[in-house]
Design a protein around this ligand. Sequence first.
Ligand SMILES: [Zn+2]
Length: 281
Amino acid sequence: MPALELMVERPKLSTVIKVAASGNLPTVFYAVFILLFGLVCGSFNSVLVFRVPLGEKISGRSKCTSCGTQIANRDNIPIFGYLLLRGKCRNCQIKISPRYLYLELATAIGAFVPFFAFDRWLEILAWELFIVLGIALAAIDFEHHRLPDPLTGSLYLGGLVLIYLDALTHHRSHQLHNAFIASVALGAFYWAVSVLSKGGMGMGDVKLATSIGLFTGYISGTTVYVGSMLGFAMGSVVGGYLILMKKASRKSPLPFGPFMLAGAVLAIWITPIVTHVRGLT
Ligand SMILES: [Zn+2]
């Protein structure tokens, strides 16, 4: 296991050369790069999730919410800062919510997904945007029951630019065309559900649906369909369970955004299985 050796002990030059010659060194660097990228995105996400719903600026140093002390550089390292302080403010010792830790971990893990699922750099970048902002949106939706416009707007615009560039450089105008149709169709569908459910489904969900249509529609029409079905299925199962357990009522609806987002990401893998089974290719 040369790759493992490299990570646990100070590598000898001969080991480095041997590993590089066997083609494993780039894999190690690649994995470390994705991990660092994910940690930085996770750190950014904890700022987004905390400040955007309160309408605060996302620039500027992080402060303790209790005593207002600025978080020192040495404590601001993603994940490790939290663990070193054992989840407490260095100044006032108040407990910092572990949600930030979970959010950073989820983002760091999620950042690996596009690197496995896609080949082209622009498509990888587009789905990095989808997953990182998607995790922030899901966390905000769970906590505040809304999907802030600056985030759904950034997701749509960023996705549009990256997908357009990918279509342009790889001659995929047909897929781009599908992405636009799926974006409008899925937005219209959720808008109809929102009108029929008399506000059970919010406008935030409708705006998010246009982004999900754009991203999944760029892969294929079946991906849009499978992603939406998975979202509805998971939302119904979890919602039904919570109503049964009396943890939710029909009048306090479950936030639906997290299920829409999870359905879209799962559809990347499940769609090829569905098309294979049904012989659609
Ligand atoms: Zn404090």
